[in-house]
Every structure is written in C-alpha cells, then in structure tokens.
Design a protein. Sequence first.
Length: 147
Amino acid sequence: MMLSSRFEATDKAEALDAGADDYMHKPFSHIELLARIRALLRREGTQKSASVEVKNLRVELSSREVFVDGEEVTLSRKEFELLELLLRNANIVLTRYQISEHLNRDFDALKSSNIVDAHIKNLRKKLGNAATLIETVRGVGFTIRTK
C-alpha cells in the first residue's frame, strides 16, 4: 500500500503499475486506511488455512462455522470476528484497544472500554468448556495459547 501527498491520476497509475496494491493520498481518513488494510489482508489467501483447530475447538474460517467437541456453536458476527482474531494471533497477547480497533469500524466506539470485555464474556459463555482457551492477561488483554 502506498501513502503519498501526490494525488494526480498519473502518480497513482505509476505507483500501481510499479507494484503497489493500493494508493491513498494525504490527507486520508484513518477509518478508510484501516478498511483498505483489512481488504488487502483478506487477499492474502496463501497464508490463511480453511480451518483452525485448537484442542477441542475447530473453526471453519471459510464457512464461519465453530465446533466445540464436534457440536456446532452459533456465534454472532462480532463474536466470530473476535474468535478469528484471537486464533490468527495465537500465543500473542492482544490489548483491549487492538481488539476493539479490529471489531469496531467507528473510532468513537473505541472509547468504550468494556465492549471488548462484553464480547469476550459472551464468547466464553457460548464456547462452554472450550472457553478456557481464551486466556486473560491481567492489565493487558487476551490471548489463545496453543502451546
């Protein structure tokens, strides 16, 4: 992704022809920047596997299905996004802010600190005995440990 102060069509065309996947000129909205980064990350199909398994939890990423001990669990869109984020960043502690930034496309919502805790609580409740996979790192955030 290329960020530049140049906004002429020829500048954009040259950057894209030179290999840039996307081009934004200054000033730009941080909300749009994050949305474009998420779009670029979705294109990275070679790194993503179709399913993730950790102990008794299996998540089918392409069909957005979640199974605990072979039984399907229904999650809301936000709960699934949260679980997917934690699984894709297994063994990395994500701060509440990082999680909130991922879940909320609106920067005003980032100010509400308990939204992440509420989503974590709901997700743990729905995961049942697989809820222990989601570990709280006191004063920092959350992680899923695979080791």
